[in-house]
Design a protein around this ligand. Structure first.
Ligand code: ARG
Length: 583
């Protein structure tokens, strides 16, 4: 991505600006202090009553400067007094410095935001590449709840990082290789019901796999034959290769249908098989570096120094492990894309695997930042899990039901809307509700999905936010109808009401929130923010007249509405959720 020469790559955010003022004030008053250690940063105030931002550095500085924290805070506050950005600087409690922005400065900040490309979101990612490994279901198996969460969270992380200027390569690392394929080939040859394969291919592949797997347990000859089929597949036998390709094609067709419904896409779909030929080279590399040794016939990386259990990279039968493939994958990605970071999104049960293979990768020279983002599992309502395994999800049913329930809501809210449009809106609302129910939670907590919560029109849900955005659009329509010659888009913003000012402050924080969601790898931070924003908008809307306000004041208020709608829509889009113009 190129940045025009006249445009700074990174726009300072409100927090950056205030932190810079604080740093300058500390430096002026305490020239000898180590600012890097003190980090006198501005953080949003925990309570509006304390001001807009606060700085807690005086407490830490007290130890370094050997002065009472309140004295330090007071001297810094005195130094900041008269700053045109600030209306008030106060010292509170043990030494907090509370900052209240001047209304004019806040209003100007919003006008800048409104005019800035991409709402003033900073661009720390320009020139940087992130490889994002997400979704990654297994061929010939139905999608698991974990794959759904990985898909939705991974897609949001991709959008959020892109908004910050990163080049993000999304890679769907399909599980398309391994011992299960010998068993599956046997099952397919002996038990296949072709009619069932036509109607529900993955279910049928799963069924014949389970049958064949059972037979392996009862019949040693069957098991030997399955092993033989696997060896043939690995050696490139054309029949077995063709079958294997069929499994992949059938699975991908079904996965892609789900990705289409969810509005998710990938830049790469490289399964584990892509790295198969590289596995012996990985072993050779680890051996040359002295990172592995033989143990009971297997080849093992011992990670005692890192307080981790040993990581087997080649089994005693000569087969390779999940970790071996992931090592081959990371070497290949580093070489091909030179990413600044590789982010993997999976459920919590894989934490140990990632810690182990990250450790081996680092010892083998990988310097790229490797991150495992894990999440808890999600409990779904009765009937949405397949009966065979408790976690394989009937995602189509879930999405169908979401759209059906959303259609009820839309029909009630907009009985006059043409049916085709109602269905389209219901699609956005239903899919959005399912995604948001996932994204709005701290990823690392176990969550329970309920329809009541996902579709609540008065709670922290996608429909609530989508509806808020649509309502604001209709305010602007009314404005344009009544004042066809009016121009709110360039009207100066004045903050003349308390609810308006509270809303304005949250709007001005948007770029920092997007940044934090990426830094902390938590789309839920963005969701929380959007929910708070729409609540503040509601209070503004209910308490402050827009269209009935005097000339000028009206335009200023409508402009605040317009900016709120833009931020809401932009934020929802970063979560992968469409906000229809009308609901
Ligand atoms: N296919 C794996 C599973 O279903 C997830 C793969 C995650 N990515 C990775 N590079 N290991 O559990």
């Amino acid at each position: 991505m190129n940045t025009p020469a006249n445009q700074p790559a990174t726009v300072p955010t409100l927090r950056d600006i205030l932190s810079a003022r604080l740093r300058a004030a500390f430096a002026a008053v305490f020239p000898e202090a180590d600012l890097a250690a003190l980090a006198p940063d501005a953080v949003p105030a925990t309570d509006d009553a304390f001001g807009d931002y606060q700085c807690n550095a005086a407490m830490a500085a007290a130890r370094l400067l050997r002065l009472p924290p309140r004295d330090i805070a007071q001297r810094v506050a005195d130094q900041l007094a008269g700053d045109d950005l600030l209306a008030r600087v106060e010292v509170a409690g043990p030494g907090f410095i509370n900052l209240t922005l001047a209304d004019t400065a806040l209003a100007r900040r919003l006008e800048d935001l409104h005019a800035a490309p991409a709402l003033g979101i900073p661009q720390p990612g320009l020139g940087k590449t992130i490889l994002l490994d997400y979704s990654s279901p297994n061929v010939a198996k139905p999608m698991h709840v974990a794959h759904i969460r990985s898909t939705v969270i991974g897609d949001a992380l991709k959008r959020i990082h892109r908004a910050l200027g990163y080049r993000v390569i999304g890679d769907n690392h399909l599980g398309d290789w391994g011992t299960q394929f010998g068993i599956l080939i046997m099952g397919y040859r002996h038990f296949l019901d072709t009619a069932a394969l036509d109607t529900a291919p993955i279910d049928e592949l799963q069924r014949v796999y389970v049958l064949s797997h059972q037979k392996c347990d009862d019949d040693p000859e069957w098991k030997d034959q399955a092993r033989l089929e696997l060896v043939k597949l690995q050696a490139g036998d054309p029949d077995n290769r063709a079958l294997w390709q069929t499994f992949i094609d059938l699975s991908l067709a079904e996965f892609n249908r789900i990705y289409d419904r969810l509005g998710v896409s990938f830049e790469l779909v490289r399964g584990e098989s892509y790295y198969n030929d590289a596995l012996p080279g990985v072993i050779a590399k680890l051996e040359n570096l002295g990172l592995v040794r033989e143990s009971e016939g297997a080849l093992v990386a011992f990670l005692d120094d890192d307080q981790l259990p040993p990581c087997i990279v080649r089994k005693s039968d000569g087969g390779y492990n999940y970790a071996t493939t992931d090592l081959a994958t990371v070497f290949s990605r580093v070489e091909e894309f030179q990413p600044d970071a590789i982010i993997y999104v999976t459920d919590e049960r894989q934490q140990l695997h990632f810690r182990q293979f990250f450790t081996v990768a680092r010892k083998a020279g990988v310097q790229t930042r490797l991150r495992h983002i894990w999440f808890g599992l999600m409990r779904l309502p009765e009937g949405l899990l397949s009966t065979r395994s408790g976690t394989a999800i009937k995602l189509d049913l879930l999405l169908d039901e979401a759209e059906r329930r959303a259609l009820d809501i839309v029909q009630q809210a907009s009985p006059g809307m043409p049916p085709e449009q109602q269905r389209e809106v219901a699609r956005a609302v239903g899919i959005g509700a399912v995604k948001y129910a996932d994204l709005s939670q701290n990823p690392q907590s176990a969550i329970t999905f309920t329809w009541e919560k996902a579709l609540a029109m008065d709670g922290n849900s996608a429909p609530y936010l989508q509806y808020a955005a649509a309502r604001i659009s209709s305010v602007m329509d009314k404005y344009r109808e009544r004042f066809p010659d009016g121009d709110f888009a360039s009207a100066p913003i004045t903050l003349d009401s308390a609810p308006g000012r509270r809303l304005a402050l949250r709007l001005a924080r948007y770029p920092d929130v997007v940044l934090d969601a990426a830094l902390q790898e938590k789309p839920s931070l963005l969701a929380d923010y959007l929910y708070e924003l729409s609540q503040l908008y509601s209070s503004f809307y209910q308490n402050v007249p827009f269209l009935k306000a005097p000339d000028g004041v009206r335009e200023s208020r409508v402009r605040l509405c317009a900016l709120t709608a833009r931020v809401l829509r932009h934020g929802l889009e970063l979560l992968g959720i469409t906000a229809p113009e009308r609901i």
